[in-house]
Design a protein around this ligand. Structure first.
Ligand code: F3S
Length: 399
């Protein structure tokens, strides 16, 4: 790869061994993908996982004196102080979260602990070159804003944050953003939940091709968030186009950059219903309700609060969101409403964390296939259904 003088200085250790390691990794990635050079990035997001490998890497960079040139927003771990009040947090889990906080603070991250940075705090403009990890973030950045990021790992995004550059390849180039599969949606798409099912189902029909959707009209931000999160979880699809909605798809021709689709599929109500039946656990008694994977918006918090207002939940209910959205919910009286019903909001927290150990072996309800996908390895079962129906079930304790 051709490096600038400054990039070569980073690689040679002029800024310490941490920055040199970050640059070395990026050069290796660039060479693997035949990138001709680096490109400056103006925003970054690191999907920190608060797990040992992630911690090992960030601490190694910090020990080598690395400090971010482009401060990244970061994913959630868990809200230690909150969980210490409601359950037992083991000394090992406490130590890891404390070390995670310390390491990301030392490296100069923006400590948002939120997995929807593209809705608050870290919003790029069209065409901006950026480096984002997090499965719901990369599709939103590429597709909805038309900014350009590869599907980064937490570690490669952190390297970009430290060096301020990323290898020029993949989704950063026009030709790799071209739509590949035409997906004609004939399903009714009545709710944001239908976009979860569409995102989960589409890769079954089109593999990892870049989808170009038709038949989707005025999707909400939550619907677009759901669609991207599931496309990139059920599949490996970090960019999509919606004709007449996303900026690189004003027309079908734009979306395919003048070429022909490699394949064409139709998705119907029956397809989405079939997907839902295959994904979800059977109904029956439930032990809890868990939402916010990805983190809920204030609009979604409001929806839950409106349903439970003046009622009592039969099972505990948690909503995970950003600290900013939680603060908004406090100001708007929504947290009081939820608490009066027996629910709660927890900030800075991911469902794929050991803080939820007290729910292992139990059965919950959620509106997120991604939530159910990740928690299988933690022995949590979920019924997955749309938000309104699932909150009604939490009021009754069964579905
Ligand atoms: Fe967010 Fe964790 Fe789900 S980072 S999207 S709550 S897996």
């Amino acid at each position: 790869m051709e490096l600038t003088q400054e990039e070569q200085r980073m690689l040679d250790g002029a800024y310490g061994s941490g920055t040199a390691l970050a640059m070395k990794i990026q050069v290796a990635i660039g060479e693997a993908f035949q990138a001709p050079r680096m490109v400056p990035v103006t925003r970054t997001h690191v999907a920190l996982s608060n797990q040992e490998a992630d911690l090992w890497f960030v601490e190694k960079l910090v020990a080598g004196g690395a400090v971010c040139r482009v401060s990244p927003t970061v994913n959630p771990g868990f809200d230690l102080e909150y969980f210490q009040c409601i359950t037992t947090v083991s000394p090992e889990d406490e130590a890891i979260i404390r070390r995670t906080r310390a390491a990301y603070k030392a490296i100069g991250a923006t400590l948002t602990y939120d997995c929807t940075p593209y809705l608050q705090q870290n919003i790029p403009r069209f065409g901006e070159m950026v480096s984002y990890s997090e499965s719901s973030a990369t599709p939103f950045i590429n597709s909805v804003y038309g900014a350009r990021t590869n599907r980064e790992a937490a570690q490669s995004a952190l390297c970009a944050a430290v060096t301020g550059v990323a290898p020029l390849y993949g989704y950063m180039l026009d030709e790799n953003r071209r739509g590949q599969a035409l997906v004609r949606v004939e399903a009714d798409m009545k709710s944001d939940f239908d976009y979860q099912m569409l995102g989960y189902f589409a890769p079954e029909k089109i593999g990892f091709r870049i989808p170009v959707f038709t038949g989707l009209h005025n999707p909400t931000p939550e619907a677009l968030m759901n669609l991207g999160a599931q496309l990139n979880t059920g599949g490996n699809v970090a960019i999509y186009h919606i004709v007449g909605v996303t900026p690189e798809a004003r027309t079908l021709e734009d979306a395919f950059q003048g070429s022909k689709p490699e394949m064409e599929v139709v998705i119907t109500n029956e397809d989405l219903q079939g997907m839902r039946e295959r994904l979800t656990d059977q109904g029956g008694k439930i032990d809890f309700a868990l939402y916010g994977c990805p983190h809920f918006t204030i609009h979604q918090v409001q929806t839950v609060a409106d349903i439970v207002k003046g009622k009592k939940l039969a099972v505990p209910l948690w909503i995970m969101t950003s600290s900013l959205t939680k603060e908004l919910a406090v100001r708007m009286g929504l947290l009081d409403t939820l608490k009066a019903a027996g629910g709660d909001i927890v900030a800075d927290t991911c469902m794929d964390q050991p803080c939820w150990k007290f729910l292992y072996g139990k059965k919950g309800i959620t509106d997120s296939p991604k939530c159910a996908y990740y928690t299988k390895r933690r022995d949590m079962q979920f019924v997955i259904t749309n938000l309104e129906e699932s909150v009604e079930a939490a009021l009754k304790g069964e579905i």
